[in-house]
Structure formats: C-alpha cells, structure tokens
Design a protein around this ligand. Sequence first.
Ligand code: ADP
Ligand code: MG
Ligand code: ZN
Length: 636
Amino acid sequence: MNQRWRIIALWLIPLAMGILLFWQVLGSSEVKNLKSSSPAAVPMNTAVGRMSYGRFLDYIESGRVTSVDIYEGGRNAVVEAVDPDLDNRVQRLRVDLPGLAPELINTLKTEGISFDIHPVRTTPPALGILGNLLFPLLLIGGLILLARRSNSMPGGPGQAMQFGKTKARFAMDADTGVKFDDVAGVSEAKQDLQEVVTFLKQPERFTSVGAQIPKGVLLIGPPGTGKTLLAKAIAGEAGVPFFSLSGSEFVEMFVGVGASRVRDLFKRAKENSPCLIFIDEIDAVGRQRGAGIGGGNDEREQTLNQLLTEMDGFEGNSGIIIIAATNRPDVLDSALMRPGRFDRQVTVDAPDIKGRLSILKVHSRNKKLEESLSLESIARRTPGFTGADLANLLNEAAILTARRRKDHITLTEIDDAVDRIIAGMEGQPLTDGRSKRLIAYHEVGHALVGTLVKAHDPVQKVTLIPRGQAQGLTWFSPDEDQTLVSRAQLKARIMGALGGRAAEDLVFGHAEVTTGAGGDIQQVASMARQMVTRFGMSDLGPVSLEGSSQEVFLGRDLMTRSDISDAIAKQIDEQIRRMVKTSYQETIELIKPHRELMDRLVELIIEKETIDGEEFKDVVSKYVDIPDKERTAPIL
Ligand code: ADP
Ligand code: MG
Ligand code: ZN
C-alpha cells in the first residue's frame, strides 16, 4: 500500500467507527422520541389500564365500549369503556391490536361506537436526513479542525498525529563536544576512524585525485565499548553536526513509519551537509531479509530497503558519512555490507589492561581520588570490564564516597563498587545458625578447591555477605589473558564449581545437601557440554558436535536438519555425565582429607564474614602444601 494511503486509512477507521456509533445512538434516540412525544404516539398518560384484545371484543359485544382511538396504524388503541358494576364509571384502557382490520372497523360501525384513527406523523424526509447528517458532519468538521491545529502546533497535544514526521524522532547535535581524547583504550579503532574525520573535513584531498569517499562505516563491538562515543568524537573532531537515531526507533509504534523516517532523516542530513549520521543498533532494521520464524517482517524490510535506497541515492562526495553500530554483525543483511554502503568495518573490542588503565584515566579526570590509590590496581582488578563498566565503576565509587562522607575515593570504595557491579547489591548478613554454617562450608569448599587445584584461578576473597542472588560468594582473580583456556583450566573450573556441593555433601551428608548449589551445577553442565561439543575435549575426539538449534530466531538454519544423529546425541550426554561424575569424585577426594582445615576456615569466616585471598592461603598453607599458580603477568 502506498504510504499516504496507509496514513489516511489509519485515520479513516476510527473516524468511520465514531460516525457509525453516533449514528446508532442518534437513531435509537429518535425512535424513543417518536414513541414518547410525537403526536401520533399513544398518549399513555391518559390510559390507566390495559386489556387484552379478546376482552376488548367481549366489551364491544356487551356494549360497554363508548369510544376507540386507534394509533400507530392500528397497532394499538385507547378504549373508553364503562363499568356497569362500578356505577357505569368510565375507564380508559389500552389495547394492543393485531392491525387495522376492516372487520374491527365494521364492528365498531355496526355497534355505533365512535372511533378515530390517528395517522402516523413523520418528519418530512429531507429534513430528517439533514438532521441525521448534522451530527456526523459536525464531528468530521471538528476532527479536521483539530488535526489542522495540531499540525501547525509542533509539540502540541496532537503530536501523535504526525505519524510520518521524524521531527522529534532523531536527534541533531550541532556540536557533540566529544573529542578523540575522550575515547580511550580503542586505539586501533581510533586510527581507522581518524581518516573519516579527514573525509569530512577536507574531502577535496580525496576527490581531487579521483578517490571515492566511503559512505558508511560499521562499528562492531559489544555494548558499552564506546561505539556511540567514537561516532560522536568523529563528528566533534570534524566539527560537523551529528544526526543520531536508533535502529529500534525505526521500527517502533506505527506501520509504514520506518521508511518515511529514513527519508526524512536523509533529507535533513542533506540540508546540513557536511554531517555525520549515526544509526545505533542497526541490527534492529538491518537483519537479514526474509529470515526469522514466520517469515520476514514486512515493515522492517521496507525500512531497510529505504535505507539502502537512500544510501545508493546520494553521491559519495556529498559530505555525508553514515556510521552504524551493532553488536550482532552476524545477523546483518549482506546487502548492507556491499561496497558503496557500509563497506568499512571497524571492530571496537572490550579493552585490555592497558586500555582499561587509559579509560580509567579519562574518567578519573574530574574525580577526587586518594593519592595512594593506583589506577593500575583498579585496571588489574577489572578484566572483562568495558569502558561503560569502568565509567560506572568510578561513578559508583564516588557515590559510595559521598555516602560515607569521605572527601576522596579510596580503594575500599573502588572494591565495593567492583563487587556491586559484578555481583549486585549487598544484602544483610545472615544471623548465625545452621544455614549460615552450611553456606560457610559451601563457600570454603569452592575456595579450598580453587586453592588446591593448580590450574585454578587464585582465591581473591571469600565472603558470607549476601550479594544479588547469592548468599555467600567466593571471588577468584582471573588471569589477564583469557583468550586461550586450556583443558586443565576448564577441568579446574568444573572442580571449583563443584567444590561447594562437595563440601556440603562431606560435612552434612547426602540427605542434607541444598539447593544452594543449583547455580554451580548449571555452570558445570554448560562448561562440560562445551568441552564435549565445541572444544573437542572428550573421548569423542576433536569433532565439532554443536547442534544448529541456537540460532533459530535468526531463522537461517531453521529448516536445515540437525547435523547430529540421535546416537551421537546420546554419546554426548554420556560423555558429559561421565565428565561431571568423575570431576565430582575427584573434588570429594581432594577435600575429604582436610576436614579439620575446613572446620578452621569455617570458624574464621563466620567470625569475620569476609576473608581475603592472602589470609585464606596462609591458613591453608599451615595444613597442606599449595601448588604454585602459573599466571600471565599483566602488561602495563
Ligand atoms: P556503546 O555505544 O558501545 O554501547 P557507549 O559509547 O554508549 O557504548 O559508551 C557508554 C559510556 O561508557 C560512554 O558515554 C563513556 O562514558 C563510557 N565509555 C565507553 N567506552 C569508552 C572508552 N573507550 N573510553 C572512554 N569512555 C568510554
Ligand atoms: Mg551505544
Ligand atoms: Zn556455590
């Protein structure tokens, strides 16, 4: 359907319904009017009683009826009759008649009863139609007026009626105020994008030698790594306006709007060139067409087609550069990546330790840190944190500092903020009792296994202060280099995760183990499955046995059959089960001889609520030799 028609249709439906509704109300009220006040209606107030037609005929026969007034074309009548029993008193009675039967008239004539037939009086037809139309006409007129008014009043009460207009839907920022200096830890991406700044600032340099300036750049990376910030920085460095719009905004709310938004956006951008268009979450519109359960989304595809058309429609040298961001490049329609569209792709990854340090430097510029607080130690504590996480970390720490009425952020606040970001809000510690002891043994189990298994990450701290969903927590400090994880490390992680349940089992017995290990067990299952199916670390050998069911929602592989036969699936399950079972046995064997040590650790932790890694190691080393952990030294 054509765009304009859609909008008109949208309008017409409620309008028509309104008119119909009012017509009906009007109609029914008119019927009422006819009955009650039209002169042709039965004057009910004068008839005091009712009688049946048969009785009426009897009355006529016995000569009691004195006069008859017939109404509504003979459908009812008011009868005057005398009652000989009551001194010939006159009664007025209403009678329903079967119609204006000639026999009745004849009878009345022969009996000499005076009668009158009152005609049905109607309004003249033309007048009636006018009356019927008047209200709907007023309604339509009113609505048109309303629509006019709201169109001429931007931001007025009628905003919802500006369906296709993008005005409020994309943001234009004449100067973002962000510079490359504000983005840290993504130096490679910055280098790639530096060139885009030059495209915007000095296009002649490229066009003079006949180079085509690229139109689109796709930023790929996990959320919070600074994609939006980078796009803003490009606009800021080049000093051009920044148009931004999120992919999900294209497709929200009303059908047929996405495509017109794209048109409007490009129109505005052309008027303001040179400029930068930033499309966030492009995967929301740019998904592979025709994919997904139940076929494609027509609306989304139209929007995407419009986007592609617009991108093809403007000259490469018109001074507009489009930057799009996504964290799902795998789902994007390949047409988007074609040369002449988003042909440049820049990856923005989570920062390494150096990157984290420089991001921390950027965000601590306006924060008061205690002098002894080293940003390096924070960077070291936060592997896997993105730029947004780090910004959030410093902010949380500053809030905690203010709440504690300190004037400088110290390591304590940083530590608390890290814990809070990773594991959630701190809860109230449990009061001493059986549950608390059980949790203590559970956590000590994790920590002890983590300490005694060589390939496991070292314990950072053990705590009984609840956080988020967890009643107690054991923190390990992960190695900086997480890119390659060995089989021994995975095995160690499985054992570490089983340590909690193993300790419960040993100390409290088979029947007393609790649901507290549910999360651990889930983790174990998923690690074991990956070892078998993805990493080829089982007796089935180095074969990839992943089913293709994970991407069902993308729809690409929906119709392809699973590459795994039932027999193999059974073997996979068998392997996982065996792996988990032997790991559990080994875990039990590992900690069983250290019951005394465990009791000691539990006492300590119940007394102190939290023990840090060093103290934990000290206690353990008095009872048993601790293997050295091999660690990649962080490069700073
Ligand atoms: P994305 O768009 O990749 O999801 P954003 O650019 O929106 O991430 O980042 C959110 C916030 O996190 C930024 O406003 C900034 O404060 C901070 N941030 C993220 N990455 C960086 C970085 N590399 N350098 C500095 N700050 C960053
Ligand atoms: Mg973003
Ligand atoms: Zn646990």
